[in-house]
Design a protein around this ligand. Structure first.
Ligand SMILES: O=P(O)(O)OC[C@H]1O[C@](O)(CO)[C@@H](O)[C@@H]1O
Length: 391
């Protein structure tokens, strides 16, 4: 089917908003965002002006209307363009994906992340990220992953993909409002499982480049790094690009400094793995990419040319996590049976999604009527996952 045919086959799916009181998206804006602001306020001894800016944001983002970024912000022109359709509207009436993105940009404004002065460049989510990495519970994950090297390449891949997928289960933003999320029993339920296609694309000796678009730091980035190691060590790929966020985002999203923290953590726990990753970074077989696009309020349909070229040149792009999935398929009320191939036909190159479900968006899953009949909770709590591939 041509790309145009794919597009024609798509149903009309309206964008997801947050305008239904009590709904999941409404609660993210109404409850989770102020909780995140409260956590950030307590994270560092910020001066009164930053505290006041955070308090103002808490009010604005819960009960106010969308206002422009200050005109002297370095990216004011970009945000003026992206905000134009929404200025003066309630945050609840604009697309949810856009509202969340703008919330995190406004949060960085409030803590003066981009402003000259002492607070410039300080990740406001550092304390949560560090606590997670220091958690002794991580040692058990690491010990389990360490045993992988002695197993056949295909088994290593299956285990590493599994760990990378379920590592996405409980990000820090979710845990703010759902502290039990990480303890909940892992369901083995995959609502879509294209792992056989994935294994074919990543067969030993096939070489090529894999782009891994990471999601969260800490407990998710560690298994992602194990996956990178499995790919390179077994020559399932010659090169890996690890795509990270250029700035703090959605609380726990991984940046370069989080990668470095993981490498430090591995220095004690898994020195051989740390050494291999370090060498790969050193010789260029592992390249870190941080593109501004990753923190823009856009979907992958609006990829900038340089990223599109990277994805086109790669034999496979793996996108991790819930938010990347929403950006990949479009944050819309898709019927679950809408084919994954059709909604991702536009993507430049083969693409795989590894995601645990933490929002309602879902395509390529025709058999979820029974789950849906019991309510929407299973789509939100990270107990279900998917592996979807479009070649
Ligand atoms: O870390 P992940 O898997 O991208 O999940 C983050 C998810 O959390 C939310 O912010 C709220 O559930 C979603 O909007 C987002 O998709």
């Amino acid at each position: 089917m041509s790309e145009a045919d794919h597009a024609r086959a798509l149903p009309d799916a309206p964008p997801i908003l947050s305008d239904v009181p009590g709904s999941f998206t409404w609660r993210v804006l109404h409850d989770r965002h102020p909780a995140i602001i409260a956590q950030v306020s307590g994270a560092f001894p910020y001066p009164p002006r930053i505290r006041q800016a955070l308090a103002r944001l808490a009010q604005d983002a819960v009960a106010g209307v969308v206002e422009p970024l200050p005109a002297d912000a370095h990216d004011a022109a970009d945000w003026a363009r992206w905000s134009a359709p929404y200025l003066g509207m309630s945050w609840y009436d604009v697309p949810f994906l856009w509202a969340e993105n703008y919330f995190y940009r406004r949060l960085l404004e409030a803590v003066e992340y981009f402003r000259p002065g002492p607070w410039r460049g300080l990740d406001p989510f550092t304390p949560q990220k560090s606590a997670e990495l220091a958690d002794p519970a991580l040692d058990a994950d690491l010990a389990a992953l360490a045993g992988l090297t002695t197993r056949p390449a295909e088994e290593q891949l299956t285990a590493a993909v599994d760990a990378a997928l379920w590592g996405n289960r409980a990000d820090l933003a979710t845990r703010v409002s759902d502290p039990e999320a990480e303890h909940r029993k892992q369901a083995s339920d995959l609502v879509a499982d294209d792992s056989a296609v994935l294994r074919r694309l990543l067969a030993p000796g096939t070489g090529g480049t894999v782009c891994l678009v990471a999601d969260n730091a800490g407990r998710e980035l560690i298994p992602d790094l194990v996956l990178v190691d499995v790919l390179l060590r077994n020559r399932l790929a010659d090169r890996v690009e690890l795509h990270l966020k250029p700035q703090p985002y959605f609380v726990s999203d991984a940046m370069l400094h989080d990668l470095l923290s993981c490498l430090r953590r591995l220095a004690d726990a898994e020195p051989a793995l740390r050494e291999r990753l370090w060498t790969a970074l050193d010789d260029g077989s592992l390249e870190v990419v941080t593109d501004p696009f990753y923190c823009e309020p856009l979907s992958y349909h609006d990829l900038p040319g340089d990223l599109a070229a990277r994805f086109r040149a790669a034999k496979l792009t793996i996108v991790k996590g819930d938010l990347n999935y929403r950006r990949l398929v479009g944050d819309r009320h898709w019927p679950a049976h809408t084919p994954f191939d059709a909604v991702t036909a536009y993507f430049p190159g083969a693409v795989a999604a590894l995601r645990t479900l933490k929002s309602e968006v879902l395509v390529g899953a025709p058999d979820v009527a029974a789950l849906d009949a019991a309510g929407v909770g299973w789509r939100l709590d990270g107990t279900h996952g998917l592996i979807q591939v479009r070649v």
